[in-house]
Design a protein around this ligand. Sequence first.
Ligand code: ZN
Length: 72
Amino acid sequence: MTRCPVCMVQLNDTIARLSDHFYALQLKNDADHIMWLNRYIGKQRFGQDELELKFEKFFRTASLKKGLFPTL
Ligand SMILES: [Zn+2]
């Protein structure tokens, strides 16, 4: 089970699901999720597929940093 690092909602255990969650909240202009994206993924807005690729890349790197995202 994956948790969103921002709102802690439980999601399906795929990065794609997490990416879709962030994409949806970005469209709703959710400040907390957008801040997280700005900080960890990038300041520009990405399309849904592009964002998913960015997430995969990010979490492949992040999983090497122990304790940053223990639920992933
Ligand atoms: Zn969230």
